[in-house]
Write a protein that binds this ligand. Structure first.
Ligand SMILES: NC(=O)c1ccc[n+]([C@@H]2O[C@H](COP(=O)([O-])OP(=O)(O)OC[C@H]3O[C@@H](n4cnc5c(N)ncnc54)[C@H](OP(=O)(O)O)[C@@H]3O)[C@@H](O)[C@H]2O)c1
Length: 319
């Protein structure tokens, strides 16, 4: 451990950070050690990481001093913020600033910052196709992360632009479910556009690839995807791999989706509308080839489904 370069991983108990820790632990001779950051080292996921060989350290994204301590002595940092815990673009930016400030104070050599694009640049300020949210954002969890990129000025950073996780099928309740007529169905405001998606675990593997490749990636923006697919194409693959009948795709209007009323419906409505209306821009900003160079195990949707069948099946058939 002593001669290994430490990577301090924010969000280590979550999907993204957890995948970074797993990627590091899966390569014991790679020269890197994982320092898993959590607010609560006593939680089961943190204990499981410790049992697998990660160093578990307590810190809070709202407390920059705790981050400075957690990053001390580290070679690298994986930085991610969790918008969905508080739904606030401003808070997400403040937390990202704390990551950047702490990384600078600790003098780390390489930060991989998990960011997304500024969707406001895709349309004019007076464009009425979707509402502004939180007064100044189109898609707060995209736009705030993009704004936060500026905090990393002077910090050796790679800007990792991620894609929609296919894991949302089971993690976020987005899997097709049986409708009143018994047929599986799902509803999105995606029209016939392709959704840029990937397995969450591949984000960690790509991030580790960037860290291993070294500081040549500093200052670069790396956009990654597993595969771009329409909802109909995804439904066909789900139907085939899960062994169920055809999945009916209800292509609703984005306004209707925003009005569904669940927490974050407006945010997700805007996000899917960006994927729909700006399919070319969103897909051009992400590359499966680049992701595969950094992570030769990159999965396509069929491979993801086959690997995660046992998690998706209960999500399609909730009790
Ligand atoms: N879902 C998608 O399709 C998708 C795609 C691209 C990007 N994203 C972005 O991914 C982010 C969420 O990451 P995730 O999916 O990995 O989330 P997740 O699985 O829900 O895990 C959240 C992680 O964040 C940590 N965390 C949250 N607040 C913290 C705080 N105040 N201090 C320290 N750690 C904190 C949690 O650690 P502890 O609870 O252990 O402290 C946990 O490890 C979101 O901002 C989202 O916009 C999501």
């Amino acid at each position: 451990m002593a001669d290994k370069k430490i990577i301090a991983v924010v969000g280590a108990t979550g999907a993204q950070g957890g995948s970074v820790v797993e990627a590091i632990l899966a390569d014991p001779n790679g020269g890197f050690a994982a320092r898993a950051i959590t607010r609560d080292p006593a939680k089961d996921k943190a204990k499981a990481l410790a049992a697998k060989g990660a160093e578990v350290v307590q810190a809070d994204l709202d407390d920059v001093e705790s981050l400075k301590k957690a990053f001390a002595g580290a070679y690298g940092v994986y930085g991610v913020t969790n918008f969905w815990e508080h739904f606030s673009g401003e808070k997400e930016k403040a937390q990202a600033k704390n990551i950047a400030d702490a990384a600078k104070a600790a003098g780390v050599k390489h930060v991989v910052w998990s960011t997304l694009e500024d969707t406001r640049k895709l349309m004019a300020a007076d464009d009425k196709r979707m509402p502004m949210l939180q007064e100044k954002y189109r898609v707060p969890h995209f736009d705030a992360k993009a704004e936060a990129n500026a905090y990393f000025a002077g910090v050796p950073t790679t800007f990792l632009v991620t894609s929609f996780y296919w894991d949302n099928l089971y993690m976020f309740g987005l899997a097709p479910k049986k409708g009143a007529d018994g047929q599986y169905e799902w509803t999105f405001p995606m029209g016939t556009s392709k959704l840029a998606g990937m397995a969450a675990e591949d984000i960690g593997k790509v991030a580790y690839g960037i860290i291993k490749a070294g500081t040549g990636y500093v200052g670069q923006t790396v956009g990654i995807v597993g595969e771009n697919l329409t909802m109909t194409e995804m439904g066909e693959k789900i139907s085939k791999t899960m062994g169920v009948g055809p999945v009916r795709y209800n292509a609703v209007d984005a306004d209707a989706y925003r009005g569904f009323g669940f927490p974050g419906a407006d945010e997700m409505g805007n996000m899917f509308q960006v994927y729909r209306d700006f399919e070319n821009e969103v897909t051009a900003a992400r590359s499966a080839d680049v992701a595969r160079q950094l992570n030769p195990q990159l999965q396509n949707f069929d491979q993801f489904l086959a690997k995660n069948k046992s998690k998706i099946e209960p999500a399609m058939n909730p009790a």
